[in-house]
Design a protein around this ligand. Structure first.
Ligand code: SAM
Length: 257
């Protein structure tokens, strides 16, 4: 880490990140816990997991704290969020490795080497990918997760169009929830968080790089649950099912053949 980055209070930004994310997802911690409960039942004490699209490493932090014999590989493409995660968590006693890679490209796998893992966990992230890239990513996960290993995705996985009333209900609940957080309780939202961190002059270069990497890529599309399930089955996952749900916010579990 360069000298000027040592001045940044990474813990402060991580706390604000978690608060901001919980504004969108009041059950965020419960969702993490369900994912880790599944891991506790399905994997041996010692295992290797990937925290996919890790941001500042929310899953890595909670997973490595809960499972002292586990290792984790945290992958993301955002240089600012990665810097926060590395600044707070470091390597967690040589058990956490960080990879900077774009998940829409296949070369993130090259950076992994020949490593096969027992689990891949991801939260609030894969909706960022265009559907063709999501399907491709699931194919790659089918290769990188060992037989018997698991994939867990915590995210809004939308109801299909033919369930239009239920789809609208889930959206209305989400909108109301966000109003509660950001208007009534005055919680900082995503945009305000990014505006605030942009004031850190030492982060200017990383913020510029983030802007370059992500700006043209933001996509507005909503892959439904059915698309996730079908793509995972196609990629070699045997049992695929929702194991936790609040309207369309779910944890999807898939077990590799
Ligand atoms: C809302 S954040 C969630 C972060 C973290 N999983 C959490 O729950 O706090 C979405 C993450 O997806 C990452 N992401 C989006 N597109 C990506 C891509 N093409 N390659 C790698 N990471 C990506 C973003 O950089 C960001 O860290």
């Amino acid at each position: 880490m360069t000298h000027n980055l040592l001045k940044i209070n990474w813990h402060h930004w991580l706390e604000r990140w978690d608060a901001q994310q919980s504004g969108y997802l009041p059950y965020r911690e419960e969702r993490f816990q369900i994912m880790l409960d599944a891991i506790a039942h399905l994997l041996p004490e010692s295992f290797t997991a990937i925290d996919l699209a890790c941001g500042p490493g929310a899953i890595s932090q909670r997973l490595l704290n809960r499972f002292p014999h586990a290792n984790c590989i945290a992958i993301d493409y955002d240089p600012v969020l990665l810097a926060i995660g590395q600044g707070v968590l470091g390597t967690m006693g040589d058990r956490l490795r960080w990879i900077e890679a774009d998940l829409t490209q296949d070369d993130w796998l090259d950076q992994m080497g020949d490593t096969q893992v027992d689990a891949v966990l991801t939260t609030t992230a894969l909706h960022w990918l265009p559907i063709d890239r999501l399907v491709r990513l699931y194919q790659k996960l089918g290769q990188v997760i060992r037989p018997g290993g698991v994939f867990l995705n915590g995210d809004h996985l939308y109801f299909p169009p033919h369930l239009a009333i239920i789809q609208r209900l889930a959206k209305a609940v989400q909108v109301q929830q966000e109003e509660q957080s950001f208007s009534v309780r005055n919680q900082e939202d995503w945009q305000q968080w990014w505006q605030a961190i942009a004031q850190e002059t030492e982060l200017k270069a990383l913020l510029t790089e983030r802007h370059r990497r992500f700006q043209p890529r933001f996509t507005e599309h909503e892959p439904t649950l059915v698309i996730h399930e079908a793509a995972l089955q196609e990629a070699g996952f045997r049992e695929v099912s929702t194991i936790w749900q609040r309207f369309d916010d779910r944890v999807l579990l898939a077990v590799r053949w």
